[in-house]
Design a protein around this ligand. Structure first.
Ligand SMILES: *Cc1c(COP(=O)(O)O)cnc(C)c1O
Length: 235
């Protein structure tokens, strides 16, 4: 299967899931999670019609950016962002998905202020309460959204999560449902510098389920590009 075939198939599955949930398929953003795929393959995905490119590693993103990989599509940073790499990402990525602490929010705000821009971000929720994962606990989200008022060069555009790996479909659905409730509950309130537009959840194995549960932004990697090298080794 070519990248174009994969994108066409995923788009069809996304559209079916959106319609079943009573939503306009055009309202769901497809982010191509392109880690470990080179610039030529990223360009192929853009030509095939993905909405956005998403990268996990700052160094890899800068290298591929220098090769013109992202021309024609917006770029999102979807990985874990370290504070000492914020400078390299602010202004380059139009949306930073995984903001997992107020301290990181503050560093991004200061950097955006220096550059004279406003940086869009999503808050990451540790929806499975995993010790190994960073992110806000669901009950911390209202306070985190209130804090955004202090950061005038940030706009919080919504929430993202990566549910625990290897759980049953049913458990996964519960995590997505819980995320959607958190998103909807907090969308009803007015916070300064917050506009709850995006709920980023769903990957190759579960994007249709995520859309059924309310996601409007899916991050799909291996279903578009094929297995990554380390995934090949695993099997
Ligand atoms: C790699 C990655 C994805 C895509 O994973 P697949 O299972 O290959 O679709 C999505 N989100 C994040 C944050 C990732 O790191």
């Amino acid at each position: 299967m070519s990248i174009a075939d994969n994108v066409a198939r995923i788009r069809a599955e996304m559209a079916a899931a959106a319609r079943a949930a009573g939503k306009d398929p055009a309202a769901i953003t497809l982010v191509a999670a392109s880690k470990m795929n080179d610039a030529a393959r990223v360009r192929e995905a853009i030509a095939a019609g993905v909405d956005v490119c998403g990268e996990n590693r700052v160094q890899e993103m800068l290298e591929k950016q220098a090769q013109g990989a992202y021309e024609g599509a917006p770029l999102h940073f979807i990985g874990h962002l370290q504070k000492n790499k914020v400078k390299q990402v602010v202004g380059l990525a139009s949306l930073i998905h995984g903001v997992d602490s107020l301290a990181l929010l503050e560093v991004i705000d200061r950097c955006a202020e220096k550059r004279g821009l406003t940086q869009d971000v999503l808050l990451e929720v540790n929806i499975g309460a995993e010790e190994s994962k960073s992110g806000f606990a669901p009950e911390e989200i209202p306070a985190a959204l209130s804090s955004a008022a202090a950061f005038s060069h940030i706009r919080v555009r919504g929430l993202m999560c990566i549910p625990p790996a290897g759980r049953s479909e049913e458990e996964n659905r519960l995590f997505f449902t819980k995320m959607n409730k958190l998103f909807v509950d907090n969308s009803g309130k007015k916070y300064d510098n917050v506009s709850m537009d995006f709920l980023s959840m769903g990957m190759s194995a579960d994007f249709a389920c995520a859309i059924a549960c309310g996601s409007n932004m899916v991050r799909v990697g291996s279903a578009i590009f094929g297995p990554r090298p380390y995934q090949k080794q695993e099997t």
